[in-house]
Design a protein around this ligand. Structure first.
Ligand code: AGP
Length: 613
């Protein structure tokens, strides 16, 4: 997804902007650019297809003085949606006279109509992007007041946008506006920095202000004023982000993904911390803001998410039905938003989204809300759109997840779903004894993951043995069926190997036709209900000469004897099994991708947060 950084303050703006863009690179992009209004001088705009490093070299070689100049500026990394990656399509874009420069995240749905109308008025378009219309609109509406011109321009737009605007007519001023694409403002000492993502702000300040849809901010070095698009002032609270700047850095790991895999014992602990009621043998989830009576009135749960978040929801479905007896279904968020879902008054909709900015999941929240559902979100990013529009829910507290492949967010999502099942269960037929037993399982989760992480040498050895293969099956049953889906997704998205997750019982209904010695099967045969059937599936695969990598409960000699390669998972119930098992699958995928020399943190074609449909 695209990234935005805007800076007003005493430091050289170009330096701050380039550093900010580098911290957003993980979001995935194909071109970058900056525009700086130098005090008393013209606007300098430099942009190019390619990486931020190439842009920085261009700046230092061609306009070295700009890297030292004080002033205010905007910057952008572009993930192409309209118009191929190129210098001319890179942001910032300006009007013909170079009086207004803009950077934009999102998609302008009515840009063709606007472009036609503006061209008829004499506008000269240089790019094939939707975003450029914004600069020309501002120029058309400008009558001496930049914020008002920006407000008038955005009122013409339909679609989604987060924008930042500078003009040589207003040195030192940045105007930002958002609708459907995140913008957050960092409030520093005699400087302010706006960005689409905290990672660009944390090195400067941890005091932040999240803009809501319909907000327009006027930002200078000394002040930030928020208005609506009708120019009426709005109060927005300031929050303090506890994530340190280095939390968004790689540390001494070769990739963010490996760092985040190893963070999981701690992040699962963070998801649990303060949320166990040892007195009532239940969970404390105040963010739900629901009374016991309101909890008891929940008659059905619908979970909506995408990708790994959807897979976490599929694990949660087992929890809610087994432990709380609440009918539960999981919907791919895009499917949910377009299928006219049945929502009764007692339906609880749980959107799950690490970023809280996934377009389809935001739309699912709005659809559920419009139909009168109770909505409680599971998000990692505090203040994100899904979190704020749901109005209630549970934060993951997993810290910034930088690698495009989701790892620690997944295990924290499953942990929170288990806490929710404990709360719902104890609010229904689960007695104190069963509640205490489940609490013991939940509190043991971090150590279960630690035990798996100790097996890195063995997992790396297995990964190297199979790294040359081009097709994998991942099979599981019960809560390990979604774990199989997640394992397949991890492998395919970072190693580009074709991998499919299947319910193990599905093999004989077709997929088994593909098995041969070049088609490894990863079988999740932990000692939970369904294990015996899994051993049968392993034998089916071996009979077709397919290599089998079995994940088995430590000490299960019978299961070990059947498989070619074995990864041992600590003894645990079916409710806990997905966490250590998926942690092992994350490592397997990581080391296979590393062996293949893949670009692990920023896989081709992928973005960390899919903020467009
Ligand atoms: C998972 O590894 C992928 N990066 C992707 O499937 C991701 O889970 C999905 O895009 C949902 O993102 P979200 O949790 O931020 O909504």
């Amino acid at each position: 997804m695209c990234g935005i950084v805007a800076y007003a303050g005493p430091r050289p703006a170009a330096e701050v902007l380039i550093d900010g863009l580098k911290r957003l690179e993980y979001r995935g992009y194909d071109s970058a650019g900056i525009a700086v209004v130098v005090e008393g001088g013209p606007v300098s705009c430099v942009k190019s297809a390619g990486k931020v490093n190439a842009l920085e070299r261009l700046l230092r070689e061609n306009t070295p003085e700009l890297m030292e100049a004080a002033g205010c500026g905007i910057a952008h990394t572009r993930w192409a949606t309209h118009g191929e990656p190129s210098d001319v399509n890179a942001h910032p874009h300006s009007d013909e006279k170079g009086k207004f420069y803009i950077v934009h995240n999102g998609i302008i749905d009515n840009y063709q109509t606007l472009r036609k109308r503006l061209a008829e008025q004499g506008c000269v378009f240089r790019s094939s992007t939707d975003s450029e219309v914004i600069a020309h609109l501002i120029a058309r509406f400008y009558q001496g007041d930049l914020p008002r011109a920006v407000a008038a321009a955005v009122r013409q737009l339909s679609g989604t946008y987060g924008i930042a605007v500078v003009s040589p007519l207003h040195p030192g001023m940045i105007v930002a506006a958002r609708k459907g694409s995140p913008l957050v403002i960092g409030l520093g000492e005699k400087e302010n920095i706006a960005a689409s993502d905290l990672a660009a702000i944390l090195p400067s300040t941890r005091n932040v202000m999240y803009l809501n849809d319909g907000d327009l901010a006027v930002m200078t070095a000394d002040s930030v004023e928020v208005r609506n698009f009708e120019n009426m002032p709005i109060e927005r609270e300031t929050t303090r982000v506890e994530w340190s700047a280095d939390a968004a850095e790689k540390g001494n790991y070769p990739h963010f993904m490996l760092k985040e895999i190893f963070e999981q014992p701690e992040t699962v602990e963070n998801a649990i911390r303060g949320r166990i009621d040892h007195e009532m043998k239940s969970a404390l989830l105040s963010g739900l803001n629901l009374t016991p009576r309101e909890l008891a009135e929940i008659g059905r749960i619908v979970i909506a998410g995408c990708g790994s978040s959807m897979h976490a929801g599929l694990v949660g479905e087992y929890f809610f039905e087994d432990l709380a007896g609440i009918p539960t279904e999981v919907e791919q968020a895009a499917e949910f938003r377009y299928r006219n879902p049945i929502i009764e008054p007692r339906t609880l909709v749980i959107p799950i989204s690490q970023s809280g900015e996934t377009a389809d999941t935001i739309a699912a929240v709005r659809e559920a809300t419009a139909k009168g559902a109770l909505v409680a979100a599971l998000c990692n990013v505090v203040g994100s759109t899904v979190a704020r529009e749901a109005g209630r829910g549970v934060y993951l507290h997993a810290g910034p997840e930088i690698s495009v492949a989701s790892t620690k967010a997944f295990t924290s999502q499953v942990t929170v779903l288990l806490l929710l099942a404990l709360l719902f269960g104890r609010n229904r037929r689960m007695d104190r004894t069963d509640g205490a037993r489940l609490i013991a399982e939940i509190e043991a989760l971090p150590d279960m993951i630690r035990k798996v992480l100790e097996q890195v040498p063995e997992i790396e050895r297995i990964a190297k043995r199979y790294a040359h293969c081009n097709d994998f099956f991942f099979i599981g049953r019960g809560p390990l069926y979604p774990a199989a889906l997640e394992g397949a997704l991890k492998l395919k998205e970072i190693s580009y190997i074709h991998a499919e997750g299947y319910h193990a019982a599905e093999l004989k209904h077709g997929p088994i036709a593909l098995l041969d010695p070049a088609h490894p099967v990863v079988a999740l045969a932990n000692n939970i209900p369904g294990r015996d059937k899994m051993l049968g599936n392993i034998q089916e695969c071996r009979a077709r000469k397919a290599p089998v990598i079995a994940l088995v409960t430590e000490g299960d000699a019978e299961a070990e004897a059947l498989a070619g390669d074995v990864i041992r998972i600590p003894e645990c119930s079916r409710y806990a099994a997905a966490l250590p098992t998926v942690a092992a699958l994350q490592l397997l995928a990581y080391y296979i991708a590393a062996e293949r020399g893949c670009e692990i943190d920023q896989p081709r074609n992928l973005a960390k947060s899919v903020t467009v449909e």
